[in-house]
Design a protein around this ligand. Structure first.
Ligand code: PEP
Length: 237
């Protein structure tokens, strides 16, 4: 799953979407793109009928009303989105999104028929303080409280904050350790089959070793999703 973040223009997107669409057929798994809100219609028009699905990078907790600048889950469903990122670390850090708000966003997305991709991850200081398990637990708990049925319809993305956009990927072993922890929690809540993506400087050169880990089911890819060939090589891995 690509996350374009706040990158793109109509012209640049047209080339990128065409390139990804043309190459996606050789991926054996699912290929998806989370694009900026203004480009969702462009993604829908370019990708409809292809192997690539699309989604948004955030959603409002509110259904409708006086919430200037917000975008509701039903609006995303109107644009045939399949996915929405909830609680990306950039939103947690820059927009103060708490784990309760993130879980509420996931619930709103589920109610509109979207698949939320709930992002969790520790900072470098959390890791250095040996506090990873507690931090991930605190971020997951409000989502786990949504219950097994809701959990079975969402995706978790483990994205260590220190690895996002830094070129510093978690080693496959570091990532697997946290994925196993997340898997254990999901299993205890009746949802052991939930897909868990890894995110943080994933590239074609490190994707295969990450995907070889038992509990890594795919990747959430930022920078490398802006280059069709690189993204497709990750998908092929
Ligand atoms: C992300 O934005 O979710 C991400 C993982 O970014 P990058 O791949 O650039 O580290």
């Amino acid at each position: 799953m690509g996350n374009w973040k706040m990158h793109g223009s109509l012209a640049a997107n047209a080339d990128l979407l065409a390139g990804i669409k043309a190459g996606a057929a050789r991926a054996t798994g699912e290929v998806a793109l989370c694009v900026p809100f203004p480009y969702l219609e462009q993604a829908r028009s370019a990708l409809s009928g292809s192997a690539v699905t699309w989604g948004a990078q955030d959603v409002s907790v509110h259904a409708q009303g006086a919430y200037t600048g917000e975008v509701s889950a039903s609006m995303l469903a109107d644009l045939a989105c399949s996915w929405v990122l909830c609680g990306h670390s950039e939103r947690r850090a820059m927009h103060g999104e708490s784990s309760d708000v993130v879980a509420a966003k996931a619930a709103t997305a589920l109610a509109a028929g979207l698949t939320p991709v709930v992002c969790v991850g520790e900072t470098l200081s959390d890791r250095e303080a040996d506090d990873v398990e507690r931090v991930i637990g605190d971020q997951l708990n409000p989502v786990l409280a949504l219950g097994a049925e809701a959990l079975s319809r969402l995706v978790i993305a483990y994205e260590p904050v220190w690895a996002i956009g830094t070129g510093r990927t978690a080693t496959p072993e570091q990532a697997q350790t946290v994925h196993a922890l997340i898997r254990r929690s999901l299993t205890e809540h009746g949802a052991g089959q939930v897909r868990i993506l890894y995110g943080g400087s994933v590239k074609a050169s490190n994707a295969a070793s990450l995907f070889a880990q038992a509990d890594i089911d795919g990747a959430l890819v930022g920078g490398a999703s802006l280059v069709a060939e690189e993204f497709l090589n990750i998908a092929a891995a």
